[in-house]
Write a protein that binds this ligand. Structure first.
Ligand code: ZN
Length: 280
């Protein structure tokens, strides 16, 4: 099932994508896709309801991030072998973790402002895991029982603020709008192989990233197990699993985002996002 949240920023309502691709309103059935409502058993029950009586929603409605009240946004760095090679970095021996402010999350079609003073705003399309059930020290095999679903995130990064001077990743990656999420929360049963999905990104008409989740170094089960051994994961937490090659800072010459450029990206089976970059 593909779940969505729709409506104005801060007052999104829950919905689903019906068999004709339209958004149907679920607000009589569930408060929000947040916290305990993301339990995989609850989502499975919701997926079985009769869709016909659900009100359909205007097709021009704004789509928001598919999860509300996100408390932790945990990110994995250098998790694609071909991306590590592009940056001339060795593949890490265990997942490289950092945190991104959850207030950087925005909707999948919202404009994204380049922050004031930024000269190196860069892109990173990534598969995102949405946690559905508390996880502490779970095994790789049991990890799937703790996952509500998958979606797309862009780990937008200001490279000067991330890497130059004191080089703090959280500082360079947490600005408002730097984590567009969506368009849908896709439950795991909809995806035959999460490690065999095309993943791509265009700036304007130029294809910048063109990869596959096959080249992830640590797979989804490994990441959930590893992270849950080091911190408590709660329903509604999101894990960004790393980016394939083709980031702007890896190009020769380097290329960064400018106001009015269109940023479009997607993952097979998970949909796509489209943004207009604006001045800060
Ligand atoms: Zn990233």
């Amino acid at each position: 099932m593909k779940f969505v949240r729709f409506g104005a920023v801060g007052s999104e309502k829950p919905g689903l994508i019906d068999s004709d691709g339209r958004v149907r309103d679920l607000s009589d059935k569930i408060g929000d896709f947040a916290g305990a409502a993301l339990d995989p058993d609850r989502l499975a029950r919701l997926a079985m309801i009769d869709q016909e009586p659900l009100p359909s929603v205007d097709k021009d409605v704004r789509i928001g991030a598919p999860v509300g009240d996100i408390r932790q946004l945990v990110c994995v760095g250098l998790n694609y072998s071909d991306h590590a090679a592009e940056l001339d970095m060795p593949s890490p021996s265990e997942p490289v973790l950092f945190m991104k402010s959850p207030y950087s999350i925005t909707g999948p079609f919202d404009d994204i402002a380049i922050p004031k003073g930024s000269v190196k705003t860069d892109w990173e399309v990534e598969l995102a895991i949405v946690i559905g059930r508390q996880a502490e020290n779970v095994s790789r095999a049991a990890a799937i029982n703790h996952i509500a679903g998958f979606t797309i995130i862009n780990d937008i990064s200001e490279r000067a603020w991330q890497l130059e001077g004191t080089g703090q990743w959280t500082k360079g990656k947490s600005h408002k709008g730097f984590a567009p999420l969506g368009p849908w929360l896709v439950t795991p049963d909809e995806i035959s192989d999460v490690h065999g999905l095309k993943i791509w990104l265009d700036v304007g008409n130029d294809r910048m990233q063109d990869g596959t989740t096959k080249t992830m170094i640590f797979d989804v089960g490994h990441l959930v197990a590893f992270i849950s051994a080091h911190m408590t994961l709660m329903p509604g937490d999101v894990i960004a699993t790393g980016t394939p090659p083709g980031v702007g800072s890896g190009k020769k010459p380097q290329r960064f985002l400018k106001p009015d450029e269109k940023l479009r990206f997607g993952i097979e089976s998970l949909g796509e996002q489209l943004h207009t970059m604006t001045g800060g």
